[in-house]
Design a protein around this ligand. Structure first.
Ligand SMILES: NC(=O)c1ccc[n+]([C@@H]2O[C@H](COP(=O)([O-])OP(=O)(O)OC[C@H]3O[C@@H](n4cnc5c(N)ncnc54)[C@H](O)[C@@H]3O)[C@@H](O)[C@H]2O)c1
Length: 329
């Protein structure tokens, strides 16, 4: 069987662990490189684990030499908006400096294919503008700014060293592996669906809805949710895109449908048949009103079709995973 090593930074995290499962199923060997700052050793189930820190060039050089990966999938990052507002320096250092070290190590090792996790947070707040890949990027916080900087960095190394990159700008990722081998578990948790499920299950007091005075039909923020399995399928397609020599490209990954916080709460109640305890808090600095993808590029060029990205399916899969209680030690 064709076997090719892929270096997966952040492979012990939520999305990276699902990517490792998808890569293995597609015949690749995912090599996880992770410092476990927010990831879990138990999530590394589909290939070797190399504990390491992005900014440790010597460690990266040794891992590139050992595995000679055909490409890098770069998920490792700090990604909480609130934390980024309070501690921007940590975000610039971890995400930008860390990625620079990784890119330089990769280029030096002759590994010039990169699939990168970017975010719709790079767009910022654009009232009623359809967000496609050409929308101007005006991030509202250091998290989005750090991701935009890494995008620029990839382009610069493309021009200087022939590095080819597929940049995916994700909208909100939700759901879990339908077989519940891996799933979402952040500490602290900041994402709506797991927060809600923990509140439903009595594992936290109540969910806080940040702001009900936005200019949206029910006053709460609107987001575009994509199932983590659909998202990582696109990554495998992006990898093949690079391996087929199709060059650098940027793709939004969202479904084009927006759900308000209140709508997600209502759907969770319907799926779990339980009350969702929540309270109302003030707006959170750095949050955009509405982030919904208006692009069909991934469908048109990659042939990507989301299969599990209905809100009901995402909540069902997340609920099944949540009930396994994995990583909760
Ligand atoms: N979850 C979402 O909805 C979402 C949306 C848009 C973009 N993203 C991006 O997707 C990627 C993965 O997100 P996630 O939700 O799986 O996050 P996560 O926190 O679960 O995973 C990130 C992983 O990276 C590791 N890591 C962080 N800094 C590191 C460093 N300096 N060296 C080595 N390892 C390091 C962490 O230990 C963790 O395992 C991130 O880049 C994030 O910005 C996520």
């Amino acid at each position: 069987m064709f076997v090719s090593n892929i270096l997966v930074t952040g492979g012990a995290g939520y999305i990276g662990s699902h990517a490792c499962k998808a890569l293995k199923a597609a015949g690749y060997t995912p090599v996880t490189f992770d410092n476990l700052v927010t990831g879990w050793r138990d999530a590394v189930k589909f290939g070797p684990f190399e504990e390491g820190e992005l900014s440790d060039r010597a460690r990266l050089d040794a891992v590139f030499a050992q595995y000679q990966p055909a490409a890098v999938m770069h998920f490792a990052a700090l990604s909480q908006v609130g934390e980024a507002m309070r501690e921007p320096g940590r975000y610039w250092r971890n995400n930008v400096e860390g990625s620079l070290t990784l890119i330089e190590a990769s280029v030096a090792a002759g590994c010039k294919r990169f699939v990168f996790s970017s975010t719709c947070a790079t767009y910022g707040d654009h009232d009623n503008v359809v967000l496609d890949e050409d929308t101007v990027q005006l991030p509202l916080n250091a998290y989005g700014a750090s991701k935009r900087a890494i995008e620029d960095m990839l382009r610069d190394f493309g021009a200087s060293d022939g590095l080819e990159s597929v940049i995916f700008r994700y909208f909100n990722v939700a759901g879990a592996d339908p077989e519940a081998e891996v799933g979402e578990f952040h500490r602290p948790e900041t994402h709506l669906v797991p927060l809600m499920l923990e509140a439903i299950d009595g594992k936290r007091d109540a969910l806080t809805v940040f702001g009900t005075d936005y200019d949206t039909p029910d006053g709460t923020c609107i987001r575009d949710y994509v199932h983590v399995c659909d998202l990582v399928d696109a990554h495998v397609m992006g990898l093949k895109w690079l391996q087929d020599g199709r060059g650098s490209e940027v793709f939004n990954l969202g479904t084009g449908s927006g759900f308000s916080v209140m709508e997600v709460i209502e759907q969770s109640r319907a799926v779990t048949n339980r009350v969702v305890p929540y309270d109302i808090g003030p707006r959170r600095a750095g949050d955009a009103t509405k982030l919904v993808s208006g692009s069909t590029r991934a469908a048109r060029d990659l042939g990507w079709t989301p299969k599990r990205s209905t809100m009901t399916q995402m909540i069902e899969d997340a609920w099944r995973w949540h009930k396994t209680g994995q990583y909760e030690k």
